[in-house]
Design a binder for this molecule. Sequence first.
Ligand code: PEP
Ligand code: MN
Length: 347
Amino acid sequence: MLVVMDAHATPEDIQAVCTVIEDMGLQANTMPGPTRTAIGITGNQGAIAEAARLKLMPGVRDVIRVTAPYKLVSREYREADTIIEINGVQIGGPSLVVMAGPCSIEGREQLLTTAEAVKAAGATILRGGAFKPRTSPYSFQGMGEDGLKLLAEARELTGMPVITEVMDTEQVDLVAEYADILQLGARNMQNFALLKRVGRTRRPVMLKRGLSSTVKDWLLSAEYIMAEGNQAVILCERGIRTFDDHSRGTFDLSVVPVLRELTHLPIIVDPSHATGRWQSILPMSRAGIASGADGLMIEVHPNPAEAWSDGEQSLLPERFVELMEQVERIADAMDRPIQGRTKAAAV
Ligand code: PEP
Ligand code: MN
């Protein structure tokens, strides 16, 4: 259920509604909007018998039943887009964000040169994996905490917020100490213990779509995080498994307008993991922005042929520069400037 307050409702009216909801043994989630506040009710199984009582309270405009199985995530709950701000970088706002960096952190030189290169081209968030989910147990598993330290050094050097994957509930505190955004990988999208655990941190979480997850599965996983109190969730389409094997996955860009209708959360698209081949990254980045996504996640490596993971889909820094130039033309057509490029132009 959602209690929609009147535009003129006072803070006392809002508080009184929250108190009544809590007295019913349910949770009240206050969501201030640009014109009015909405209060989401969670914790109920089925319809709330006392809903009529809430409708009569001062400042209440309407009480709406949220029909979607996910509540906090839904547009019905929150009409305005969620904008997440990290150190001056906005995700989900009017301008676009580009996250870029290597698949895995392999060493100081590799990370720092990549960080400088992607920043110069207009990326505003640095990516790099320290804990790697690998299909084979014999593949490189990531540098662990040493990698996180390098990531923090790269942030210090470039001023870019950093995003990195957390794979396990036991790693959450450690990763959250270093990372500005926690990435939950495709293989962990339905790791419910992990979803709950990151929901209790104060770090924004980027939730990648599972390899064979429906939109409903995905949004319910986002709901797990939000239900624990963390409202800063970003969705990332990274390709799904289909019958065709011409590329690593099928980049499901048709999901972007669907998500836009169903949820207020920011949407990032990742053509690197979706296609698995560097030749496809530039055209599919253009397509991703044209589809209405809020930004991109792109793998870049100074020497892809020698990369310890995902080399075949990693872009050389000079190819990333070309990508940014091309994507900017689409961004212009969409009336959504790329944040790092605007800043570069303004200097
Ligand atoms: C990654 O970002 O390097 C990664 C492992 O992503 P995904 O979970 O989408 O495979
Ligand atoms: Mn990767």
